[in-house]
Design a protein around this ligand. Structure first.
Ligand code: KG4
Ligand code: ZN
Length: 353
């Protein structure tokens, strides 16, 4: 158990401005997320400069709403936790400077958090609807987001051994790119999931990159295969958002074939890793973990192997402040502190092999 704590957490690494107040690393008192998705949909992707300006515009209103919802006083707050990386430098700096200001003005310790550790610790946020209360060590965690895809082994809190990672695109990035090729709106992940759910035929089969018996992933070959198929079927005509040269039925079938390929590889490798290390639980996290087919397939496989799966509800899989508060409580208890010279670390890794 961590000592009793109330953590104010700030997350601004990509395109969500998010602030939360979390008690003891698990109970969410407030969790406010301002998403820039609608704004970036117009450009079909994130423009870093635009994202940073939007964080600046929204961070104070997001804080005000979270603070009012939490019903806490500054005397109750143990520390201010903030994402230091990985992410977009300009976006990270907005959250970091805001968190520094709060920590300085209120005399609180500043705790730097790795965004990927946040995705992992989302599994420790309280959820009464789950079979198991919290992850059990040793565990295997599969983190799949827009920028990262990796498998880690954890034998204790804050201890990671990298089992494998993507050698090219992240799974979410592949969803986003293929979504664009199919003429679906940004971000591609939820759009592909929705389109695939409409598929009545399931006979599109895209390749799977197994990379031997490693726990590494590769999605660029799949993306190229999808691009070739789409180009052939549209006679080389490009697809603009909402204006695909493909019929809606065909978009659904291709989305289904693509999603199946990604999910198959992710689930197979995660379960093999879990068996190999003798895991007592499997954790799934990151934005792509909001995918219903991935969640269901991994849950079924884990059940078959007799290993409980812990996956946060979808809103806690995509970027949010509560996950930074969950990791923040552990890091605070372990004595992690940053000075007011804390800088953004855009390429910060979670773990090495
Ligand atoms: O973790 P996240 O919110 O931000 C990063 O840290 O990158 O992940 C965003 C990624 C995007 O690529 C998005 O398309 C994907 O997660 N995503 C999904 C779903 N919801 C979000 N991918 C597949 N199915 C979904 N339902
Ligand atoms: Zn993320």
């Amino acid at each position: 158990m961590t000592p009793r704590s109330l953590i104010l957490a700030v997350e601004s690494s990509c395109d969500e401005t998010a602030i939360a107040v979390v008690e003891d690393g698990s109970r969410i008192l407030a969790n406010v997320v301002a998403s820039q998705v609608a704004m970036h949909a117009a450009s079909g992707g994130i423009v870093p400069e635009v994202a940073a300006r939007a964080h600046l515009r929204w961070i104070v209103p997001v804080f005000d709403e979270a603070w009012a919802a939490a019903g806490a006083t500054w005397d109750d707050i143990s520390a201010v936790a903030v994402t230091e990386g990985p992410g977009l430098a300009g976006s990270l700096l907005v959250g970091i400077n805001f968190a520094k200001t709060l920590a300085y003005v209120h005399g609180k310790p500043l705790v730097p958090i790795n965004h990927l550790e946040g995705h992992l610790y989302a599994a420790w946020l309280a959820d009464e609807t789950r079979e198991v209360a919290e992850p059990i060590f040793p565990l295997v965690a599969l983190i799949v987001s827009g920028g990262h895809t990796f498998l880690v082994e954890m034998r204790d809190h804050l201890q990671y051994r990298l089992l494998g990672e993507t050698v090219d695109d992240a799974a979410g990035e592949a969803f986003d790119k293929v979504g664009r090729l199919l003429g679906l709106p940004y971000p591609g992940g939820p759009a592909i999931m929705a389109a695939a759910a409409e598929a009545t035929r399931h006979d599109v089969v895209f390749p799977r990159a197994w990379l031997g018996d490693t726990f590494d992933f590769s999605f660029s070959g799949l993306k190229t295969a999808a691009r070739r198929t789409i180009a052939t079927e549209t006679d080389g005509h490009g697809t603009a958002i909402g204006e695909s040269a493909l019929t809606a039925d065909r978009v659904a079938e291709l989305a289904d074939g693509f999603q199946e390929s990604v999910v198959d590889v992710l689930v197979t490798k995660a379960l093999r890793a879990a068996r190999q290390i003798g895991a007592k639980s499997v954790v799934l996290g990151g934005g792509v973990a909001a995918n219903r087919v991935l969640r269901d397939r991994l849950a079924a496989g884990a059940r078959g192997a007799g290993i409980p799966l812990v996956v946060p509800r979808p809103a806690l899989c995509t970027d949010n402040g509560a996950m930074i508060g969950a990791a923040g409580a552990r890091r605070w208890a372990a004595g992690s502190r940053a000075g007011l010279d804390l800088d953004a670390r855009p390429s910060l890794p979670l773990a090495r092999r």
